[in-house]
Design a protein around this ligand. Structure first.
Ligand SMILES: [Zn+2]
Length: 277
């Protein structure tokens, strides 16, 4: 049997708003409800940001705490991953929720351009975030927006700054950063196999190319991410009715390529995460 595919659902993000798609969950209650439906559809990781009531991004640890509590109650076993991305806060505020000990947190290990700004990840901040994750036993998911980020992640894994099994996500399709490019994707996979054969990897495509990254990743034996954070549409003319609808699309691709969809237990075992108490 081929390796189970872990499906991550990125439920909210910092950018999409109700005006873009009314299904984007904004309040903690909406987030829990949307995640539960996605969990039941096959997602085993929830990647989450939190928002203020006016939909602007927040880094408020109290909101993250309420979200964690709701997810643990309604999605038992699901892997909870908080974002430390730079759109939700500045500097060390980005890691202010790590003492809550989510299972995982995203970690960017290098800088690049974003649609309207520089996504700044200076080495001292990266090391501080990685250190907080070690302190609180939070597993990083490395966000690779560029090839150099894969090399940096491997170096940090080898010197112990990122302990345990490395998990790298290739992010393609962010405007002004790495576009969705098949040759680059193949080279990312090859680089992972060469530098970190024990590691696991995942592919995430932004916007209309979400489905392409889902398909490439599933076909190539990796894991994949979907969700309204990255894309609010099913196709050019149709808004996605929910996060679960996007998860179901990834599940169908797993069926096409005869990849079983990882249960939360299989996902935890694959990533070296503890089973919940
Ligand atoms: Zn995110």
């Amino acid at each position: 049997m081929s390796k189970p595919c872990i499906i991550c659902v990125a439920i909210t993000g910092s950018v999409p708003r109700k005006e873009n798609n009314p299904a984007v969950p904004i309040t903690v209650n909406e987030q829990v409800e949307s995640t539960q439906e996605a969990f039941e559809a096959g997602a085993s990781i929830c990647h989450a940001h939190v928002r203020n009531d006016d939909q602007t991004p927040s880094s408020d640890p109290d909101k993250f705490a309420r979200l964690k509590e709701g997810l643990e109650k309604h999605c038992p076993g699901m892997i909870i991953q908080f974002s430390t991305g730079g759109r939700s806060g500045a500097g060390r505020a980005r890691g202010g929720m790590l003492p809550l000990k989510p299972d995982m947190a995203s970690l960017s290990v290098g800088s690049n351009n974003f649609p309207t700004r520089v996504y700044e990840n200076p080495p001292d901040l990266v090391d501080w975030l990685a250190g907080e994750m070690r302190t609180y036993g939070v597993k990083p998911e490395i966000e690779a927006f560029d090839l150099s980020h894969i090399h940096q992640a491997v170096a940090m894994n080898k010197d112990g700054r990122i302990p345990g099994k490395l998990y790298v996500q290739f992010v393609m399709g962010v405007k002004n950063a790495m576009p969705v490019d098949r040759d680059v994707f193949d080279y990312y996979v090859k680089t992972m196999e060469r530098l970190a054969p024990e590691a696991e990897w995942c592919g995430a495509g932004i916007g209309r190319n979400q489905i392409a990254l889902n398909e490439w990743s599933i076909a190539a034996g990796g894991h994949t991410r979907t969700g309204l954070e990255d894309n609010v549409r099913l196709d050019q003319d149709t808004l996605a009715p929910s996060n679960a609808a996007l998860v179901r699309r990834a599940v169908e691709l797993c069926e096409k390529y005869e990849r079983p969809v990882a249960t939360w237990m299989q996902a935890r075992a694959t990533l070296g995460l503890a089973m919940p108490e």
